[in-house]
Design a protein around this ligand. Structure first.
Ligand code: ATP
Ligand code: MG
Length: 182
């Protein structure tokens, strides 16, 4: 059994991964750490771009069984047959905005990351790649313990795929312009 935890920045991936790692006694493989150690990061003007093709080749050689793998790049660097289950954490964009402001992200970075969560970019790519192995959990109304509980439920029963539609919520709140104009 190998489990992947993915989702946008700030959804709680690392917080939840640490807890699950303790519960199952599975070591953590952090995709970001791996990228740094493997020197597959190309420094751009404002960002660090990971060469996902190179990183995927490195990940291919790693034994993922009895491990928990964490990172937003999961759908781009892990093969479907390498893992048993992929959990996508989803979080209300208004909560993410608070997290990003606390992290002092720039206005541009905030909009980019919130826009990506609203549109469900990582979710789309993860569902497409891992298909029946991928499950969403909406963490917004759950505390850390409740999210951990939900993850364990999904692991044991493989059910409870939660539906998430931030676009509907943001449209109803008349906030499309707020998040999608520059
Ligand atoms: N279920 C939860 N309820 C409330 N707060 C949470 C929950 N899960 C995580 N948090 C808080 O949200 C913040 C972001 O969590 P965390 O750093 O684990 O996210 P992440 O997805 O790993 O982010 P990144 O991709 O940038 O590494 C932290 O302050 C964490 O304590
Ligand atoms: Mg993190």
């Amino acid at each position: 059994m190998s489990i992947v935890i993915t989702g946008n920045p700030g959804v709680g991936k690392h917080t939840i991964t640490k807890k699950i790692s303790q519960k199952l006694n599975f070591p953590i493989i952090d995709i970001n750490t791996l990228a740094k150690e493997s020197e597959v990061i190309e420094k751009q003007e404002n960002t660090n771009d990971v060469d996902t093709t190179k990183l995927a080749n490195i990940v291919k050689k790693i034994e993922l069984n009895e491990k928990i793998i964490v990172g937003h790049l999961a759908p781009y660097v892990i093969e479907k047959n390498q893992v048993k289950l992929v959990i996508i954490l989803r979080r209300n964009p208004y909560q993410l905005e608070t997290v990003y402001k606390e992290r002092n992200y720039s206005e541009e970075k905030i909009k980019e990351n919130i826009g990506s969560e609203i549109l469900g970019v990582i979710t789309h790519d993860t569902m497409e790649k891992f298909e029946e192995k991928a499950f969403q959990i909406d963490v917004s109304e759950k505390n850390i313990e409740q999210v951990v509980e939900k993850v364990l439920q999904v692991i044991s029963k493989k059910e409870n795929n939660e539906q998430v539609d931030w676009l509907d919520l943001v449209t109803k709140n008349n906030d499309l312009e707020k998040f999608f104009t520059h």
